[in-house]
Design a protein around this ligand. Sequence first.
Ligand SMILES: Cc1cc2nc3c(=O)[nH]c(=O)nc-3n(C[C@H](O)[C@H](O)[C@H](O)COP(=O)(O)OP(=O)(O)OC[C@H]3O[C@@H](n4cnc5c(N)ncnc54)[C@H](O)[C@@H]3O)c2cc1C
Length: 413
Amino acid sequence: MTSAAGVVVVGGGQAGYSVVSALRGAGYDGPVTVFADERHLPYQRPPLSKQAHTEPDGTRVELVPESFYRERAIGLRLGERVTALDTAARTVVTGTGTRVPYDHLVLATGARNRRLPVPGAGLDGVHALRSLDDALAIGRALTTARDVVVVGGGFIGLELAQVAVAGGARVTVLELAGRLLSRAVSPQLQEHLRQRHEHSGVRILTGTGVRAVEGAGRVERVVTDRGVLPADLVVYGIGAAPRDELARDAGLAVDDGVIVDEHLRSVTDPRISAVGDCARHPHPHAAGLVRLESVQNATDQGALVGRRIAGSAAPYRSLPWFWSDQGAVKLQIAGLRTDTDEVRVVPGDSPDRLAAYAFRGDRLVAAETLNWPAEHLAARRLLERQVPVSAGDLTGSTLGALARARRGAGVRA
Ligand SMILES: Cc1cc2nc3c(=O)[nH]c(=O)nc-3n(C[C@H](O)[C@H](O)[C@H](O)COP(=O)(O)OP(=O)(O)OC[C@H]3O[C@@H](n4cnc5c(N)ncnc54)[C@H](O)[C@@H]3O)c2cc1C
């Protein structure tokens, strides 16, 4: 399918890359332009919090080399921000005032970190982690930091705490809620993870808020509700908000993300799609609309929209899955754990393995595993194929064992 103005993608991250890769893969031969306000080629964010980055060379994390875009005639406009959408004229406006027309527009603008709302958050040595540039600044600081305070016991904070402690720093994680990962994983896994982090030397202070960051020009200490901690590096990860302001300013429906239908088209303007961290979408595994921040979601949504613009019509139904590497612990999640009624925890065949199965009614809807990739894959397979699994089915059994037994008995699994 060819058209005059072609496809414009705003955002050169995981989802934007996936859109253009799928577009060309599906044979779309019209003009394709990606606006990316970072100066790096599209790259993966997961490695940024799982190892220390000190080299300014971004090639270690880039998704594909520059030749990929050149060979496919994908116009990659690095360092160019789109500042407005004119949906009536079907053009985007860039920071330099250039207007670029589109037949179809894809918003893949991702999310931005919530700012630490305390005095002193702007001091040198206080960092958030989202971009490769952030990771490089933190990596450089880690080479000399002795006392690291991580604000926020979520995935990114805990991953970075492990990187810092492995590098020899004294590390404290401050979490306002009573538990780590309080909204993200089951309470049983939260407690297990806390023990693993403490065992590796990370000090965890839950139920502890930050009041201020202090120092003469650079951070020297963090004032908390429960005392003062020395710090020469503070990294905070206290959640992210979707970058949906372009859509909102253009009059598209927005509610903590650009609202899209099951084909990931804006419910206001079908010539505009939104994918990845910035999109709020219906999902067969969720009761209402959801906005997910994961590589799987960004990749699969981008691919679906790329294929749709090229002519395919399938709705978005991909099973959500996620991983987080926290030192020696690999946490993997399959499915969506929202609105669940019961969680069953099953120990693995070694002390570092654990699984938590979440049920809505009498049906398995999510599985969380620690250091147990085979069980994660079994969960994904069963959930993707919507094979019913009840809590009773898992009495004294794992999902892997259940699937093997069912296949052995000739039952779909
Ligand atoms: C440190 C870190 C670790 C992570 N680890 C994991 C993990 O282990 N597992 C997992 O599943 N997920 C992980 N994630 C989440 C995952 O990386 C994101 O969900 C994914 O990158 C989302 O892709 P996206 O394309 O929607 O957004 P992004 O990858 O954020 O890309 C959006 C891009 O659009 C650009 N942009 C925004 N507005 C404009 C504009 N107006 N004009 C031009 N460009 C614009 C942004 O600068 C950005 O480069 C991690 C995220 C971070 C930050």
